[in-house]
Design a binder for this molecule. Structure first.
Ligand code: BES
Ligand code: MN
Ligand code: ZN
Length: 485
């Protein structure tokens, strides 16, 4: 089983220390160990609150690590326990631990949640060091042979999230549009996903003027990556298109970004990673739905060939764009992505996912993604999916009276919008959504601004600091809720 997790799961009996769980006064452990654990808890006064663990030191499998499970009322309880298990392994510098069989733990199928939580929380991308940090990689989780199916389920859920995270954390010199597209193809094609890539010549022939304009200032060629999951082959129709922003780096272009934060802009393809991760999840669970992911991939860089502020460019849809700010590039490439989705797939629903605006972070921080749509039913189903997987959305206004935000005196649409009270720079998340809405026309469409939630500065129950993979679980669950697949 490959993953980007610092823990690996194997069904090999071994003499490793044993991990069990506890909360309040409940102990989840094999009967043979209960006595020793209960008296140790009693003797130490161990308070089994989430995030704590108790190390009953001993040799090999005489050692028992008691990990507190999460609060009983938390839906994330067991996944979170898996995360704390990883924290314990790291803090105690253990190379391997053994989990009792699910049947012995008396908690049945939640072992899959524990393992998923461990794989998710254990995510750590090995970017290569001459001197590896001891203990950072390669901790082994041994499980019973009889739990291999549960482990497979955990792996199928965590794997695509961790793959998306690995893409997001990969620096822009290593993850170019071409390598991103190639890696997506290599990951998804073996699962029965049809992956296509359009390069500069095809984009030129197509007239994808938005992607080409943004990409013009970079040595790295753009790609439009398309990944089709046809889980309902008896139908011709497409249930949804997920369009993800795939900027492998966003320097801002000639409207160059200021120093703080520019290095983070390797993460500007988090939306693209999320929609591809969602397709991987759908393929792994063979969802009976037809979903396509479309990811415009390019780099927004500064160069003599860069597009300029004030340029008027023609998008794939034929609408002209007044480029008032070259740093508002995400909406431009998404416009072409959405148009491509409509033309080639005529999908019932379009959802775009993008690290679109810094300003969304000033309101929703790292806790909620911004949800924009004029469609109440779609808003509700997306919000429900987000709540179910702990990737919450917060809806913000998107109404016709705000159309003026993207009006231009010289072209069909402006990428910056009317200067507001916050000055000439704009940056409004609503204006960003309004811009994309122009291209979605009267389709059922929603926009998720994940600029705040795509990267975590703190530990959470399922990730450490770093890329979160936000959107993978949400879109997968949404397909389930919205189409029953
Ligand atoms: N990729 C950025 C959004 C971003 C900024 C995400 C900071 C996370 C942190 C996007 O392309 C961008 O530059 N947006 C501008 C839009 C503005 C020029 C209208 C922004 O938010 O400042
Ligand atoms: Mn930008
Ligand atoms: Zn950007």
């Amino acid at each position: 089983m490959t993953s980007w997790s610092s823990v690996e799961i194997k069904a090999v009996p071994d003499a490793a220390p044993i991990v069990v769980f506890a909360d309040g006064d409940a102990i989840y452990a094999p009967d043979t160990h209960r006595g020793r654990i209960a008296s140790a808890i009693e003797a130490t006064g161990f308070d089994a609150k989430a995030g704590r663990w108790l190390d009953l030191v001993g040799k090999d499998s005489d050692r028992i690590v008691v990990v507190a499970a999460g609060a009983k009322d938390s839906a994330d309880r067991w996944r979170s326990a898996g995360g704390h298990l990883v924290d314990a392994i790291r803090a105690l510098a253990l190379k391997a631990v053994r989990l009792p069989a699910a049947s012995d733990l008396d908690i049945g199928d939640v072992l899959a949640d524990i393992l998923e939580g461990a794989l998710l929380h254990g995510f750590r991308l090995d970017q290569g060091r001459r001197d590896p940090i001891p203990g950072h990689f390669g901790a082994m989780l041994y499980i019973a042979e009889s739990d291999l199916a549960l482990a497979g389920r955990a792996q199928d859920r965590a794997g695509p999230v961790n793959r998306a995270r690995a893409w997001v954390e990969q620096p822009a010199n290593l993850l170019t549009p071409a390598t991103f597209a190639d890696e997506a193809e290599a990951a998804l094609a073996p699962l029965g996903v049809t992956v296509r890539q359009l390069g500069p010549a095809e984009l030129e022939a197509l007239g994808a003027g938005g992607i080409l304009a943004v990409a013009a200032g970079s040595e790295n060629e753009p790609r439009l990556a398309i990944a089709e999951w046809r889980g309902a082959p008896d139908r011709d129709s497409w249930d949804a298109a997920f369009v993800g922003k795939g900027l492998t780096f966003d320097a801002g272009g000639l409207n160059l970004k200021p120093r703080p934060g520019i290095a983070k802009m390797k993460f500007d393809m988090a939306g693209g990673a999320a929609v591809l991760g969602a397709i991987e999840r759908l393929a792994l669970r063979k969802a009976k739905a037809n979903i396509v992911a479309i990811v415009p991939m390019c780099e927004n860089n500064i160069d003599g060939k860069s597009y300029r502020p004030g340029d008027v460019i023609t998008s794939l849809a034929g609408l002209t764009i007044d480029v008032q700010d070259t740093d508002a590039e995400g909406r431009i490439v998404l416009a072409d992505g959405v148009t491509y989705a409509i033309r080639e797939y005529d999908p019932a629903v379009i959802v775009d996912v993008a690290t679109l605006t810094g300003m969304i972070m000033g309101v929703l921080h790292e806790d909620f993604a911004g949800l924009f749509t004029g469609d109440d039913a779609l808003a509700a189903s997306l919000a429900d999916a987000g709540t179910a997987v702990q990737e919450p959305l917060w809806r913000l206004p998107l109404v016709a009276s705000m159309d003026y935000l993207v009006e231009s005196p010289v072209a069909d649409v402006s990428n910056l919008g009317a200067p507001g009270w916050f000055g000439a720079g704009g940056g409004s998340p609503v204006a960003g959504a309004k811009f994309i809405e122009k291209f979605a026309k009267d389709r059922r469409w929603a926009h998720l601004d994940i600029a705040g939630v795509g990267w975590a500065t703190r530990r959470s129950s399922r990730s450490g600091p770093g890329a979160t993979g936000f959107g993978v679980a949400l879109l997968d669950r949404w397909v389930d809720l919205a189409t029953g697949a």
